[in-house]
Design a protein around this ligand. Sequence first.
Ligand code: ZN
Length: 429
Amino acid sequence: MLALIRELFPICRSITGDGLRQTLSRLGELIPLETHEVPTGTQVFDWTIPKEWNIRDAFIKDRSGRRVVDFEENNLHVVNYSVPVRARMTLRDLRPHLHSLPAHADWIPYRTSYYTEAWGFCLSHRVLESLPDDEYEVVIDSSLRAGALTFAECVVPGRLDDEFLISTHVCHPSMANDNLSGVAVAVMLARILAGARPRYTYRFLFLPGTIGAITWLALNEVAAPKVKHGLVLACVGDRGDVHYKRSRRGDADIDRAVEHVLRTKHEPFAVEDFSPYGYDERQFCSPGFDLPMGGFRRSPGGQYAEYHSSADDTDFVSAPHLAHSLGTLLEVIDLIENDVKFLNLSPMGEPQLGKRGLLPAAGETAQLALLWVLNLSDGRSGVLDIAERSGLPFDVLRPAIESLLNGGLLEERRRPADRSERSTMMHEP
Ligand code: ZN
């Protein structure tokens, strides 16, 4: 994942254009990807697909011809979506177009001018302060023309038509945590699930933020209710603790599953309620859709100093934290995949476990797991309910369920819709 982040890092992405295409085309070498091009001018709900933005070069040259700000050196130097410019101007005239971070004088900020025709440069405050009051040559060799908005999806077919949707934004230029980390973790999840023959159908979306999510929803308005669970992945590679933002519903299975996994890991974590701000959960949880989708992240966007700056680089993310995010997500998926209902076949009093050889020799927790599964398998409670009420991790419940099934004390209770399914027990993805 870290290698993929490093490889994609230099590409100048945006909400449209060739940098986005190049990124998605590389992802298509790693997972089966269907890429869509939606023409400029297409109406998507209340929005319109904008003109396509591409850039070749940009710089500010001083009188001696030296590039004091150079897009070739860092693509954050140009305000993303800047209109083309070719001018000579004094520092005084140029100054309103220059953005820096006085509190972090060596960092270059990341700024955009989507949906407003403007231009500008971002530079370190140190460089800005060093510019003499003189005349400069200013060039942004960009184009804004009718084209398309590009997005891509990867579908891992499951035994059910019901979908688990995982969405990540892919429109940021050279920044690692926000959000190549989300892209890399999503790619790895798709690869692992593709080899696991899951119960749910998994759909991975690689979208330009906001407009991409709105576009996908507009094109999938009828199919969207198939989404039974979902997560928006962002900022999943930094050293912060896992931070989960609940879906708008607040008590969706995905909210309960993530919170249960986090609680039983005995590591610090944070959970916050839904708010109509942040990443594309804003769109998926808009009232017309209200999809059961939460936000999975480590340090939340906007709440770490390096956010939207050149300091969100490949050193800001780490392989162990990417792996921890991936592992936690796999635990959540494992729980959701196995959240089925069972029926205790010997519900009159406790069945005698000892005579069946089911009483675990070692450890109280394993015995507790057996008793919880038996007691709550009344045909109404599912595995997620049992996990929540017992406080036991699914890893502890799984062997208890398996031995009760094998011992003839439990049978799976299928929903009518699940009849065509093959046995769902119980393989980790
Ligand atoms: Zn961002």
